[in-house]
Design a protein around this ligand. Structure first.
Ligand code: F6R
Length: 254
């Protein structure tokens, strides 16, 4: 696993966007896995800039999102459909037909999950998957205790996740209790993983992910098994790491 510490969130975002852009330039039909939440917003902003100012072309790209709440229609401003169109897709030239986000309103959620897996497979698998991390160590909505071999499925959101995400809703009572999420097994099959974290509230989860044992109690620690995973964190999120990493504060003399 490669761990890169950057002084600021802005630099984390620019590095991540640059890596995704490089992938896309080398492989215009790349299958890109995207995440939602606050963390990737800077990366999406930079991808939009690269599209507008440097002609980064998404016209052949295929995208798959990690997860979606159950019970929120696509036009609900807290759905991940809405998030992705508002914060990325409507600003770039990706084709709507090439965008895949789990449908939390599907009439047959179990079948939908199986079909989502099949669609990823039919597109040749994920080339690169962008990940955030929950303060409880989740990736996508694979909450602590999730099977490290899990596939796309229905999950119950951890109370910690509901509390963390309540900031986006009027009250915690409005935060959905269930979601659809790619599994850890699904994520680990991507060719390349890029996990981002910023802020001191992620420092403990980052330390456990990078330096702790691989355990379902910290689902993100499963990325230690991946042969091509890069973790990019800002100074605050690196605060509890005990080893030295490229660009780590001690080396940068920040
Ligand atoms: C969302 C997702 C989640 C978030 C995580 C961090 O698609 O996969 O795992 O990445 O909850 O969320 P933020 O970035 O809002 O702190």
């Amino acid at each position: 696993m490669e761990v890169i510490v950057k002084p600021t969130y802005d630099e984390v975002s620019k590095l991540a966007a640059g890596m995704i852009a490089e992938f896309l330039r080398c492989k215009p039909r790349a299958v890109l896995g995207f995440a939602t939440g606050s963390t990737p917003l800077g990366t999406y902003k930079e991808l939009i800039r690269l599209h507008r100012e440097e002609g980064l072309d998404f016209s052949q790209a295929v995208t798959f999102n990690l997860d979606e709440y159950i019970g929120l229609p696509k036009d609900n401003d807290q759905s991940y459909h809405y998030f992705m169109w508002e914060n990325l897709f409507k600003h770039i030239n990706v084709l709507e037909a090439n965008v895949h986000i789990p449908d939390g309103m599907s009439e047959d959620l179990h079948r939908h999950c199986l079909e989502y897996e099949e669609e990823i497979f039919d597109h040749g698998g994920l080339d690169v998957q962008l990940l955030g991390i929950g303060s409880n160590g989740h990736i996508a909505f694979n909450e602590p205790g999730s099977s490290l071999g899990s596939r796309t499925r229905i999950k119950t959101l951890d109370e910690k996740t509901r509390q963390d995400n309540a900031r986006f809703f009027k009250s915690i009572d409005e935060v959905p209790r269930y979601c659809l999420t790619m599994g850890i097994g699904t994520i680990l099959e991507a060719e390349k993983l890029i996990l981002l974290a910023n802020g001191a509230n992620k420092a403990e989860a980052v330390q456990k992910t990078v330096e702790g044992p691989i355990t379902a109690s910290v689902p993100a620690s499963a990325i230690q098994l991946h042969p091509n995973a890069t973790v990019i964190v800002d100074k605050a999120a690196s605060g509890k790491l005990t080893r030295k990493y490229p660009g780590a504060p001690a080396m940068l003399d920040l």
